[in-house]
Design a protein around this ligand. Structure first.
Ligand code: FES
Length: 275
C-alpha cells in the first residue's frame, strides 16, 4: 500500500468549480475496507434484475392477469378495450395482441426509476458510482445529474403525482376484491388480502417518498403558523425514515400479487375463501 500525504490545502480546488484537486491522498488500492462491502450492491443488483425480468415477462404475457374479482397490479388501471374483466373504464382502443401493461407500467416504472432511494441503489449496484462508501468508483469523471439523460431524474415529483392516482385505482381494485365471482359483495378470499396488502404497501411507499415530504412540509419559513402541515410532516417523516425498507417490501409484494393472480387465472392453484 502506498500513501502520499496531502498538502495543507486539504485537497480543495483553488477555484470553486475549477479542475478537480490532484493533491488528495493517493491510494493504489481501490479501498482500504476489509469488510464484505460488495455484498449489498450485489444483492441489490440481483433482486432488481429478478424483478425487472419477471415484470417484463409478465407484461408481455397479455394473459392470466384477471381472475374474478382480482386483477394484477401490473395490468391496472386496465384502460384498454382488449382488457379482461371490467375493473376500470376501457377507453383506449388496442389490438388484441397488444399488452396494455406495456403502457400502464410506464408510470409506476418511472416513479421507481427516479426514486431517490432506488437511484442510490442502482447507481451503486450497476454503475458502481460509487459501489459503497469509501470504495473508489471506476469512472474518471463525474457529471452528476446536471445534464441529459440523468437530469430527467428531477421529474420524480411529477411521477409521484401520477403514481398517487394509480394508488387510488389499486385501492379501488382491493375494494372490488370483496366481491365473489358473481359480483355479490361481502366475500373475502386470500386474494382479497393480497390485494389489500399490496394497496397499503404502495400507499406507504408513496407517502414515505422524499418528494411527498417536501410537498407536505417544504417551502415554509416556520411551522408554527402551519400546525396541520407540521403534523402531517411529522407522520410523513416517520415513514420517510423507513423508505428504503418500504421500497423493497412493496416491490416484492407487487411481483407476488401478480404471481398469485396469474396462478389463479391459469388454474394452477385455487383461491382460499375466508367467507
Ligand atoms: S424518493 Fe422514493 S419514491 Fe420518492
Amino acid at each position: 500500500m502506498t500513501i502520499t500525504r496531502p498538502d495543507r490545502s486539504g485537497g480543495l480546488p483553488d477555484v470553486p468549480g475549477g479542475p478537480p484537486p490532484t493533491n488528495r491522498v493517493q491510494l493504489r488500492e481501490r479501498t482500504l475496507r476489509q469488510d464484505r462491502w460488495w455484498v449489498q450492491p450485489a444483492v441489490t443488483a440481483a433482486v432488481l434484475l429478478i424483478f425487472v425480468v419477471y415484470a417484463t415477462w409478465a407484461a408481455f404475457q397479455n394473459a392470466n392477469y384477471f381472475y374474478e374479482p382480482y386483477i394484477s397490479p401490473l395490468y391496472s388501471p386496465c384502460i384498454a378495450t382488449n382488457c379482461d374483466g371490467d375493473t376500470f373504464v376501457e377507453f383506449l382502443p388496442l389490438p388484441s395482441w397488444f399488452s396494455v401493461a406495456l403502457i400502464i407500467l410506464i408510470v409506476p416504472g418511472a416513479f421507481r426509476l427516479t426514486c431517490y432511494y432506488y437511484r442510490k441503489a442502482y447507481y451503486r449496484a450497476f454503475w458502481q458510482s460509487p459501489p459503497a462508501c469509501d470504495v473508489a468508483e471506476p469512472h474518471k469523471r463525474y457529471s452528476g445529474e446536471t445534464r441529459f439523460p440523468l437530469i430527467l431524474q428531477n421529474s420524480h415529483r411529477y411521477w409521484f403525482y401520477l403514481a398517487s392516482i394509480f394508488n387510488i385505482v389499486l385501492t379501488f381494485d382491493a375494494i372490488l376484491a370483496f366481491r365473489d365471482h358473481e359480483g355479490a359483495w361481502g366475500h373475502m378470499g386470500l386474494g382479497t388480502l393480497v390485494l389489500v396488502i399490496n394497496a397499503a404497501l404502495l400507499w406507504a411507499y408513496s407517502l414515505s417518498c422524499h418528494s411527498c415530504r417536501h410537498i407536505v412540509g417544504g417551502r415554509l419559513n416556520n411551522f408554527s403558523k402551519h400546525p396541520l402541515r407540521y403534523r402531517f410532516w411529522g407522520y410523513v417523516s416517520r415513514l420517510n425514515a423507513r423508505h428504503m425498507q418500504i421500497a423493497w417490501v412493496s416491490l416484492v409484494w407487487v411481483g407476488f400479487t401478480d404471481l398469485y393472480v396469474r396462478l389463479l387465472a391459469s388454474g394452477t392453484i385455487s383461491d382460499l375463501r375466508f367467507f
